[in-house]
Design a protein. Structure first.
Length: 300
């Protein structure tokens, strides 16, 4: 399959420039890693940005305890292969320590509990910049982000108080206690990500490719059957050939019926679909401003 190599190389160069600016301007940056394709792309770009040296910051994974097992397996193998430092912020530990309260009921999810754990992990690690794989095409709240997104001393985001970034000049100055979220792949689209990963032949978790799995339907979304979700009597489990378009907490990450077995199949599929990438994320459906509400409180 042919790709617009020049376009992808321009995006690569822009992202590498941002990564190097972070290394130059901040004392203790950290790269957020979820095991999803965007954070995998971020790690790959960081490797290229600082080659032949190792990437100059650790990886931070906020673990809900309700992840797909395939995600954790991929994460651990990648960290071992790279020889990188992995920091894990545990939602389960936060629940045990009564930092956060676990939700109950049929729609209970730990996804929203990640914010407190993230902020605590950033504070405990003394990190002044957190690199994330969010893209502007994903969701309307994320479309408001700059590359360098200023956060106050409480980790909160004010979309009306961000700095201009003319000519890709970035201002990382901050007061004591403040930090930045940095989004090097802001200008990439879902299709760009997949085309680049294909071009670079980057290994990916098996969840992204079609496989048979026990699922059930809730509010028009297929969810993977697991012990973390309380099902209603009317929600019957059945087998289906599915894959993930995004990877997150199992309680809120929908799966899609798909026969895409290769990256090329995925590229063809998303080139023709009218369904958005996050259309299967039930956490986005809690309110019309769900993502922005969480971002204001400190979520990515």
């Amino acid at each position: 399959m042919k790709y617009q190599v020049s376009h992808l190389k321009e995006l690569e160069a822009e992202s590498i420039h941002v990564l190097r600016e972070v290394a130059a301007q901040f004392e203790r940056p950290v790269l957020m890693f979820s095991g999803g394709k965007d954070s995998i792309l971020m790690v790959h770009l960081a490797k290229k940005a600082f080659f032949p040296a190792r990437i100059p910051f650790p990886l931070l994974h906020v673990d809900t305890g309700h992840n797909f097992p395939e995600t954790i397996s991929y994460r651990d193998n990648l960290v071992k292969e790279m020889g990188a430092q992995l920091i894990v912020g545990s939602v389960q530990e936060a629940i045990d320590q009564k930092m956060v309260t676990e939700e109950t009921g049929f729609n209970a999810s730990r996804n929203g509990l990640q914010t407190a754990v993230l902020l605590d992990s950033l504070e405990q690690g003394g990190f002044d910049a957190a690199l994330g794989g969010a893209r502007r095409d994903e969701e309307k709240a994320r479309a408001k982000e700059r590359f360098f997104s200023h956060r106050d001393e409480f980790g909160q985001w004010n979309p009306k108080n961000q700095r201009p970034e003319l000519w890709n000049l970035f201002n990382g100055k901050k007061a004591f206690g403040e930090h930045f979220r940095v989004f090097p792949i802001s200008n990439w689209t879902e299709l760009d990500v997949w085309q680049y990963l294909a071009m670079e032949e980057v290994a990916l978790p098996s969840l992204y490719f079609s496989h048979e799995r026990d699922v059930f339907e809730r509010d028009g979304v297929l969810l993977a059957d697991c012990d973390y979700i309380k099902k209603r009597e009317s929600e019957k489990v059945f087998k289906a050939t599915v894959r993930c378009r995004t990877i997150g907490d199992m309680t809120c990450t929908g799966v899609w019926k798909s026969d895409a077995k290769t990256v090329e199949d995925i590229i063809t599929e998303i080139s023709t679909t009218r369904l958005t990438e996050r259309g299967g994320r039930t956490d986005d459906k809690r309110s019309e401003t769900s993502m922005e509400d969480r971002k204001v409180l400190g979520y990515f």
